[in-house]
Design a protein around this ligand. Structure first.
Ligand code: 13P
Ligand code: SF4
Length: 304
């Protein structure tokens, strides 16, 4: 039987031998974070991978992230670490449904959260991440916004951009949406000195009670820079765990133990080992039509 350290050492030498760059979303477990070339939020990983010298990218995350990496680095081979690792929210809106919605709101700018399929992105005006959404939506010339698929992130932006009219679907991240106002009350009761930091994929009843709401990177930066010593973290429980390693002088508590993305958990250290041995994962293949169509809405987000 391998120890974790032995397996990590084998992975490190295999990725060098096979010229593979390992990308790990911040919701991956600590043993995977330790062997990754880059760790970050969904879009940051694909951006960093563009300048990586390796010819192959192994995305330890979910399908839309691997597709985004392929769109930004079409000349590279992109492997998704587990073929079943999807994002339930990204699958919530079909292209045909979006086409019908666009007919209902012909004057609206169609804004897609990056957590969406590449096919859906081909039908949107612009993509956003949880970090960039507010600034981008504020600066769009249109006064009407059709925001898909996450109505929670969308309403969080709506509150801060009252001059625009928003339309949503009943979509959202099933993992973050499990967190309730009751969870907040209970966590505040247990940890009265702690600041509450949450992801805007949480429901409005949760974000309105937070001391800070922002992307995964935003939450981690806030915790690093704050002089506070205790924090309740309202996103996937791995983030509280990573913060404990980076700031052992501070205390971090998960807002809810239910907030665990099972799709992210499909990738294990052993699964990464199998991928590097050509015995696991799935190579991402996109048609030129989908790749170039989705790239347009990503390019607009980048101001290109
Ligand atoms: P970010 O990492 O972009 O903040 O998104 C959170 C998330 O749910 C990723 O799937
Ligand atoms: Fe999708 Fe939510 Fe999991 Fe992120 S946490 S991958 S949005 S289901």
């Amino acid at each position: 039987m391998f120890t974790t350290k032995e397996l990590q050492d084998r992975i490190l030498s295999l990725k060098k031998e096979k010229d593979v760059c390992i990308l790990a979303h911040a919701y991956q477990t600590h043993d995977i974070i330790e062997i990754a070339d880059f760790v970050g939020d969904s879009f940051a990983l694909s951006r960093k991978a563009q300048s990586a010298p390796q010819k192959t990218l192994l995305m330890c995350g979910v399908r839309f992230m691997a597709e985004t990496a392929k769109i930004l680095s079409p000349q590279k081979r992109v492997i998704l670490s587990h073929s079943e690792a999807g994002c339930p929210m990204a699958e919530q809106l079909a292209v045909e449904e979006l086409r019908a919605l666009k007919q209902c709101y012909p004057d609206a700018a169609v804004v897609a959260y990056i957590n969406s399929t590449s096919s859906l992105k081909t039908q949107c005006d612009i993509c956003v991440t949880s970090a960039s959404a507010l600034e981008i939506v504020k600066n769009l010339p249109q006064k009407e916004i059709l925001f898909v698929p996450d109505c929670n992130l969308g309403s969080w932006i709506e509150k801060q951009v009252p001059e625009k009219k928003f339309h949503f679907i009943q979509g959202g991240c099933p993992v973050h949406m499990q967190i309730t106002e009751e969870d907040v009350k209970e966590a505040r009761r247990r940890h009265p000195q702690a600041l509450l930091l949450v992801h805007p994929e949480c429901k409005e009843e949760v974000t309105r009670l937070a001391d800070y709401a922002g992307s995964t990177t935003g939450i981690m930066n806030f915790a690093a820079q704050s002089s506070a010593k205790e924090f309740i973290i309202g996103t996937d429980t791995t983030i509280a765990e990573h913060l404990r390693f980076s700031h052992p002088e501070k205390r971090f508590y998960a807002l809810s133990k239910k907030c665990v993305c099972q799709d992210m958990r499909l990738t294990t250290l052993m699964e990464v080992y199998h991928c590097l041995n050509g015995m696991g994962g799935e190579e991402i293949v996109l048609t030129d039509e989908v790749r170039l169509g989705a790239q347009k809405s990503i390019d607009r987000m980048l101001g290109k």
